[in-house]
Ligand binder design. Structure first.
Ligand SMILES: [Zn+2]
Ligand SMILES: [Zn+2]
Length: 239
């Protein structure tokens, strides 16, 4: 299809199914991604960040917590319209926004981990029941899209052994004990000494992604670096 016809078709399509802002879901100009209000409201994380939680050092509350991963980076803070956008992306049956989030993660990884030559991308797994229920694993979808952006293969290394209560429905002090022993590794012969980029959608308490990193390290992976769309900002009193 030539470009002129393609754009005419795209315009007609947009009249019937308008493009929508990835964050607030309002209808927006044809071929836009983020609406003007969200562009003003959403500030990607920038400047010197904490390697444990991915937040700017001034906002971090980690207090030297040790982790099995080497570093964590996040594109956004998990709040406001970002939270809304990620939630509707995860729980809807459309993947039209996966490319946007994966592109943002890839760009962040290129900048933050510029010196790291990754061997594999891994993702936080779900049980088969969870995937059957939802129809997909959003971390896997992200990992595959980031893999295309970065030209690094996805390694199928992690499995989830049983279901846990949804992390976001638990108070923070329960989240930390909720993932212990939940994950295991497969294809372990390919893990040894490999530098791995571990992808998830959101870092809340950090316990899920840390358990995954722990399993990879137990099977002698090289350094594990994490990247998420958004990191939760600690509320006062939640430490
Ligand atoms: Zn918006
Ligand atoms: Zn921190």
């Amino acid at each position: 299809m030539n470009t002129e016809k393609e754009s005419a078709f795209g315009f007609l399509r947009a009249m019937v199914f308008p493009d929508r802002c990835v964050f607030c879901d309002d209808a927006i100009e044809y071929r836009s991604i983020v609406c003007k209000d969200c562009r003003r409201a959403v500030e990607p994380i920038d400047g010197k960040c904490c390697n444990t939680c991915g937040l700017p050092v001034k906002e971090c509350d980690c207090k030297g917590k040790s982790t099995f991963y080497t570093a964590m980076t996040a594109v956004f803070r998990y709040e406001g319209v970002v939270r809304k956008g990620i939630h509707s992306w995860k729980y809807s049956d459309t993947f039209r926004n996966t490319g946007f989030y994966a592109g943002m993660i890839a760009e962040k990884v290129r900048n933050t981990y510029a010196d790291v030559d990754f061997d594999y991308i891994a993702f936080v797994p779900q049980t088969r029941e969870e995937t059957d229920e939802k129809g997909f694993n959003q971390s896997e979808e992200l990992a595959c899209a980031v893999s295309e952006e970065l030209c690094v293969p996805v390694g199928d290394f992690l499995v989830k052994l049983y279901e846990t209560d949804r992390q976001h429905s638990l108070p923070l002090h329960d989240k930390r004990g909720n993932t212990f022993g939940v994950f295991d590794c497969i294809n372990t012969e390919n893990i040894r000494d490999k530098k791995i980029l571990l992808i998830d959608d959101v870092r809340t308490s950090g316990s899920t992604i840390n358990e995954c990193a722990k399993m990879l390290r137990l099977y002698d992976s090289g350094d594990v670096y994490c990247a998420v769309i958004a990191a939760a900002v600690p509320k006062k009193g939640e430490k």
